[in-house]
Design a protein around this ligand. Structure first.
Ligand SMILES: [Zn+2]
Length: 148
């Protein structure tokens, strides 16, 4: 069920569209107004001003990543995060938060180290991973477990 379809809100008419996952790569159109249903294929940067909206506007799972410039652990895991955002496009939105630039958001989620990963659905936190896993595949598996 939830595994086979993605719920996407049309940006033009705001209608909800349930799209089979295998159709996500075929430029799905809104059932109501026929506009192209677009969704992020890469991480979206958020600030304190945009965070709630970025989180609430997405109906599927959200992965929030707190990252920091010059952080070696983040540099190592960043390509894996990009891969996940691309591979799970339509079912997952990745939101990037600059830990140093957003102390308010860091405080809100008690994030002290980069990278820190949080998963959300319906604006409710599901999971949390402090620090980068040793293997990129572990991150992908952890994200996957939040999506089922
Ligand atoms: Zn529409």
């Amino acid at each position: 069920m939830a595994n086979d379809t993605a719920l996407l809100r049309c940006r033009s008419c705001k209608a909800l569209n349930r799209v089979p996952v295998k159709k996500l790569t075929q430029n799905p159109l809104c059932g109501k107004c026929k506009a192209l249903l677009d969704f992020p294929f890469q991480a979206v940067a958020a600030t304190a001003a945009s965070f709630d909206q970025e989180l609430a506007s997405w109906l599927e799972t959200v992965l929030v990543v707190f990252w920091a410039k010059g952080n070696d652990l983040w540099k190592k895991i960043e390509p894996a995060v990009a891969d996940i955002a691309f591979a799970q496009a339509g079912r997952l939105k990745v939101i990037k938060v600059d830990l140093d630039a957003e102390p308010g958001l860091a405080l809100l989620f008690s994030v002290q180290t980069a990278p820190t990963f949080l998963t959300f659905r319906d604006s409710k936190q599901l999971g949390r991973l402090d620090g980068a896993p040793r293997e990129a595949s572990e991150l992908a598996q952890w994200v996957q477990s939040s999506m089922s």
